[in-house]
Design a protein around this ligand. Structure first.
Ligand code: NAD
Ligand code: MG
Length: 404
């Protein structure tokens, strides 16, 4: 067992915080090389005090000046940098072995790719990066001898069930991947009332505590739409062999069905520290701090097919998967824009699917040979287009007034 030096990109977020929690339990195995945050300077400063990284990266010069001043006052020598290039620099620095890619959204793409190009061990939470750049990302990982380990609980479960010790699914008789989904907070809510749900209601997930963007994605089930695409690339699995199953208790995190009809499942309490600890220690196992699973206290484990009329965002994700993922950049970008607008109460919850679908309808799909520049251009075009589409929708406040 050798010491792993970690760059944790997005260390102040939900995944970043859980990663530090696991790292702190094993000071003999993990040392922090770099921590990064966008705007949460207070939180990042506290993390620097506890974990003494060599480098800390923030979003802009102002934040960097503030953090530097606080670090110096506290007599800490952590070096401070800012901006996207600094993120890519800590992701590829010789001083780090393992990169935890836990930035949310397209903002994490460049640094995740930089880690792949540098041949790092990458613990990937940032599913949007893989959804955007699937073929390119997997090619980069292979060409540079990087190691990719999924943190997303479903993909981590599938990784464990495959039993190949890698994301490789070939040669072990896999028939299909079954991704479980809780169904989020609105699984049973009356459909007509979805128009009026608030951001706080959408972010109140029954089983998991997560950042606000992925919480809304879980409520619309776009999260599962992104995850089927993530699974397609991670495990090189044809679209027709990836399924989604609603399992409201979130105890089975996903399953793999094999040719002989054996189905293997990975179980655990819904706490991200389990997949995080799995990936951090792989191929060994370490304590994650998660409570033991007590199945005698589970009244039931239930399963059902998803209702695509209730979850149009999942329908769109599955459609993009079926069509070969060429529209996945558009799907992701339109969703990021729409979710942000919903969180700022500019559009309704039910407008999210509307904006994504109309953006998909308007824009051409990307060629399979797309390079990073093509991907970034398609991302930008989808953002502009979805904003234009949103401008045609009645503003949320105006809608609320019209109702009363
Ligand atoms: P979060 O919002 O809690 O944290 C996001 C982190 O990214 C923060 O540290 C923030 O400072 C940083 N960040 C945000 N915008 C940035 C930008 N423009 N530039 C640089 N840094 C930026 O999010 P989260 O819930 O931890 O999710 C992180 C990623 O992990 C997402 O891609 C999400 O889909 C994935 N994921 C999360 C969970 C979970 O349980 N939270 C589970 C599976 C996958
Ligand atoms: Mg997940």
């Amino acid at each position: 067992m050798s010491m792993q030096r970690l760059s944790i990109l997005g260390s102040t977020g939900s995944i970043g915080t859980s990663t530090l929690d696991v790292a702190a339990r094993h000071p003999d195995r993990f040392r922090v090389f770099a921590l990064t945050a966008h705007r949460q300077i207070d939180r990042l400063f506290e993390q620097c005090r506890t974990f003494l990284p060599e480098v800390a990266v923030v979003g802009d010069a102002e934040g960097a000046a503030e953090l530097t001043q606080r670090l110096r006052t506290a007599r800490l020598s952590t070096e401070v940098a800012y901006g996207p290039q600094a993120l890519s620099a800590v992701a590829s620095a010789p001083g780090c072995d393992t990169v935890v890619a836990a930035i949310v959204g397209a903002a994490g793409l460049a640094s995740s790719l930089a880690a792949a190009r540098a041949g790092k061990k990458i613990l990937l939470a940032n599913k949007e990066a893989l959804v955007m750049s699937g073929a390119l990302f997997m090619r980069t990982v292979a060409e540079h001898g990087a190691t990719l380990l999924p943190l997303d609980s479903e993909h981590n479960a599938i990784f464990q069930c495959l039993g190949t010790g890698a994301c490789r699914s070939a040669g072990v008789g896999v028939e299909r991947l079954i991704l479980t989904a809780s169904g989020g907070p609105f699984l049973h809510r009356e459909l007509a009332s979805l128009d009026d749900v608030t951001p706080d209601q959408a972010c109140k997930h029954p089983n998991w505590v997560m950042g606000r963007k992925i919480s809304v994605d879980s409520a619309t089930m776009m999260n599962k739409g992104l995850e089927v695409i993530e699974a397609r690339w991670l495990f090189d699995m044809p679209p027709g062999r990836i399924e989604v199953l609603i399992h409201p208790q979130s105890v089975i995190h996903s399953m793999v069905a094999f040719a002989d009809q054996s189905v293997l499942a990975q179980l655990g309490n819904p706490d991200m520290r389990t997949p995080i600890a799995h990936a951090m220690a792989h191929p060994e196992r370490v304590d994650s701090g998660v409570a033991p699973l007590d199945l005698t206290r589970m009244a039931e484990l239930s399963f059902r097919a998803p209702d695509l009329a209730r979850f149009p965002c999942l329908r769109l994700g599955l459609q993009v998967l079926r069509d070969g993922c060429a529209a996945s950049v558009t799907l992701n970008a339109a969703n990021e824009v729409a979710v942000d607008a919903f969180l700022h109460e500019q559009i309704r919850f039910t407008d999210i699917a509307r904006v994504v679908e109309q953006t998909l309808d308007r824009l051409p799909a990307l060629a399979a040979s797309a390079q990073l520049d093509d991907i970034l251009a398609a991302d930008e075009l989808a953002r502009v287009t979805s904003r234009q589409i949103m401008a045609q929708l009645p503003a949320r406040r105006a809608v609320a007034k019209a109702i009363h």
